[in-house]
Structure formats: structure tokens, C-alpha cells
Write a protein that binds this ligand. Structure first.
Ligand code: MF3
Ligand code: CO
Length: 250
């Protein structure tokens, strides 16, 4: 069942989303060669707490940290470690916060130092794919119109969308119905209604779409070792016009 949120509930998700966005912009300045992902995790956790939120990922299904830090061929759910970032890496920063029992969830992929234009293009196309999806997140459309728009944009640029992980409804739970795939035929699935809160999160690989989970039980990597990028916004469908983005600006 897809839960329609009340205005009061949406404001709580918005406050959680605002914390996610602020932590992302703070982290953005801390990402540089020489920093470990565990250091970034500590900063994230402190930032969430300082802003009055609760880290959403820590303890979720026994996930050990507040940040998911996914480097290069890591797709999502990279566990922070003593691994040191180096010039030319790309890193996905996925953050979740809880405010008064409601979740906000967002991710960005950023460059570490100098990254070749061909790799920056992967990041740009993934960000654009999220935008294309958001444009379809309007009342009257069906859920898979979002999916189709994302897949179309990604494949137009010769990249592939990950199928093993999907976006999701969000609210009192981090993962609620419906699942929001980043691929599919248009015109399928439930009609979008005002008050639906969704986390839309394309994961895009430079090579094939296949992914596997490492021995740590969390880190998803591309099967062919190609690079991968990830962007995510928590949004709410509005009565008219584009969705309200709750995890920062588009
Ligand atoms: N944005 C990811 C998701 O929605 C983050 C989850 S990390 C976890 O699935 F540790 F909480 F699982
Ligand atoms: Co998510």
C-alpha cells in the first residue's frame, strides 16, 4: 500500500531531507585526496546530530555506519573504512536522517581532485537522469513513467542502469512501497497522487548493468569493474507542477 502523507508528515520528511542536504554540502568540502571514508563517516554522523537529526542508516539491518561511501566501481552501500581517497577517484555519498520518526534519504556522486572528462560525463548523465525522472513525477502520470525517463536518458548516452537496486517510497520507514525501478516501459504501475513521498535514485554503470555484493555483505560493485555513479532525491508529489524536492535543490 502506498501511504499518502499529510502536510504535517511531509514537513517532518522535509526537515530530515534538509539535514541530508546540508550534510552533503558540508561533506563536499571535505572530500579530497588523503581523506579516509571513515573520517567522512564521522563528519557525517556529527553533522546529522548537530542539526537535530538521527543517522538513519546506522543499525538499519545491521549496517554499521551513518554514511554509504561508494568509490569508483562500487555502486552503492560502500562501508566506510580506512581506505584513503586518491586523486581521480569518484565517490558516491549516500546519507539518511530521521526527524520525529520520518526519514529523508539522498545521494550525490562527486569527483576527488582531477577526474577525466569521460568520467565526469558519467556523473553528469546520472544527475541528468534523476532530473528526467523528477520531471515525470507529476500527478496523473504512472510510476513507470519515471523509470522509463531515467532509463531512456542513460541508454541514450551509452551507459546502463542498475536493475538489482531500486528507488522506494519513504516516510515512517526508510523503504516503503512502491519500489521505483530505474528502467521499464512507460504507463505502468500506480498513478501518482499528491502526497506520495518517493526516493528516486538512479545508479548508472559505464559498462554492463550487472552488480554483485562483496563478502562484507553490503558493498555492491559492478561485475565488469566499470565505474558507477548514483544520485538520489527524496521528493513529494504536488497537486500541480513539478515535485517538491526535499533533499536540496535540483
Ligand atoms: N539510499 C540507500 C537506500 O535507500 C541507502 C540505504 S543504506 C542502509 O537503500 F544501510 F541503510 F541500508
Ligand atoms: Co534510498
Amino acid at each position: 500500500m502506498i501511504i499518502i502523507k499529510t502536510p504535517e508528515e511531509i514537513e517532518r520528511i522535509a526537515r530530515a531531507g534538509e539535514i541530508v542536504a546540508q550534510c552533503q554540502s558540508f561533506l563536499f568540502h571535505e572530500v579530497k585526496a588523503g581523506v579516509t571514508t571513515l573520517e567522512l563517516d564521522k563528519l557525517t554522523e556529527q553533522c546529522i546530530l548537530d542539526l537535530g537529526g538521527v543517522p538513519a542508516f546506522k543499525g538499519y539491518r545491521n549496517y554499521p555506519n551513518s554514511l554509504c561511501a561508494s568509490i569508483n566501481e562500487e555502486v552503492v552501500h560502500g562501508i566506510p573504512s580506512k581506505r584513503v581517497l586518491k586523486d581521480g577517484d569518484i565517490i558516491g555519498l549516500d546519507i539518511g536522517a530521521i526527524v520525529e520518526g520520518f526519514y529523508g534519504d539522498g545521494a550525490v556522486t562527486v569527483s576527488v581532485g582531477n577526474v577525466p572528462e569521460s568520467i565526469q560525463s558519467l556523473i553528469r548523465v546520472t544527475r541528468e537522469a534523476l532530473q528526467k525522472g523528477l520531471e515525470q513525477a507529476v500527478v496523473g502520470n504512472r510510476l513507470s513513467d519515471i523509470s522509463f525517463a531515467i532509463q531512456t536518458h542513460v541508454e541514450k548516452h551509452g551507459y546502463s542502469v542498475v536493475r538489482d537496486f531500486v528507488g522506494h517510497g519513504i516516510g515512517r520507514q526508510l523503504h516503503e512501497e512502491p519500489q521505483v525501478p530505474n528502467y521499464g516501459r512507460p504507463g505502468q504501475g500506480p498513478r501518482l497522487k499528491s502526497g506520495m513521498a518517493l526516493a528516486i535514485e538512479p545508479m548508472v554503470n559505464m559498462g554492463g548493468s550487472g552488480v554483485k555484493i562483496l563478502q562484507d555483505g553490503w558493498t555492491a560493485v559492478t561485475c565488469d569493474n566499470s565505474l558507477s555513479a548514483h544520485f538520489e532525491h527524496t521528493i513529494v508529489i504536488e497537486n500541480s507542477g513539478p515535485p517538491r524536492i526535499l533533499t536540496g535543490c535540483a
